[in-house]
Design a protein around this ligand. Sequence first.
Ligand SMILES: [Zn+2]
Length: 163
Amino acid sequence: MNEATLSDQDGRYLRRAIELSAHGRSRGNRPFGAVIVGDDGQVLAEAWCNTAETGDCTGHAETNAVREASSRHGRDTLARATIYSSGEPCVMCAGAIFWSNIRRVVFGIDAVSLRAFRGERADQRDAQLSCRDVLNASPHPVEVIGPALVQEASQPHVGAWRT
Ligand SMILES: [Zn+2]
């Protein structure tokens, strides 16, 4: 898959999501981070994967960010927002993005490349459905941009998964 070319603004926020992925890892979690930004540049939510900290298997970065943003901001604001994710959203997170009414997704490392880090352990495998597969089924259009900055987004995954 070819890497997407990002605007300066998109690159800045995706790098922030990558920083949050490393932060989450430093707290003992899988390295995933997400940022939701309004069309005026306001950061609406920042989150990392906290499944290990909380014991909640739904604590993925994007779902956590959606939970925070949607409890504070209206659907109209979220319709003009972008979610930046250090890794391609999984099926659950793509569903959360759909329900939030966010219409634009920018992600770093793609799910196929992530599988190389996850390895073959059954409890580390993801469902093999891309976020585009899920979001293309939405009745309203959701723009998906990625993979992007794959080299940078991969760094927090090096050595993070036991295979
Ligand atoms: Zn997820």
